[in-house]
Ligand binder design. Structure first.
Ligand code: ZN
Length: 133
């Protein structure tokens, strides 16, 4: 049985997906910026990002996955809308809105220092797109 390795077109879909991912990242940056002033708007950014994620079947980087609640789709600001703990090599994030608990493995060596990404510090500050009503 021979494998026919044939690509259809140069994948337009892949291109769309990488654009979608960029947009998702930007939406999270906006959510981070907005959260202090308007948490509800921040949640709307998260929902918009989630829509893109599901539509394009994107795989989000870990730094984004620990920034929002998958259940209630609220933006997680540690200490405000989420509680972040490290326990025996795991990051445990509790959503303070709906109570969902997310556990992520965290590194090796059992250090107790939180990664910057869990604390939402790993954000670039590009903001050329706003979601407005
Ligand atoms: Zn939640």
């Amino acid at each position: 049985m021979s494998m026919t390795h044939r690509k259809r077109h140069r994948s337009q879909l892949d291109e769309n997906r990488s654009l979608a991912l960029e947009r998702v990242i930007r939406l999270f940056e906006l959510a981070e910026e907005t959260f202090g002033k308007n948490p509800e708007l921040a949640d709307r950014y998260v929902r918009a990002a989630w829509k893109l994620k599901t539509r394009y079947n994107l795989r989000l980087p870990r730094s984004l996955r620990m920034r929002f609640c998958r259940k209630c789709l609220s933006y997680w600001r540690p200490g405000v809308s989420s509680r972040v703990r490290v326990k025996s090599g795991r990051i445990i994030i509790t959503c303070l809105r709906c109570g969902r608990v997310k556990r992520l493995p965290y590194g090796t060596g059992g250090g107790s220092k939180l990664p910057a990404e869990a604390l939402g510090k790993n954000v670039n500050t590009a903001c050329d797109q706003k979601l407005e009503d």
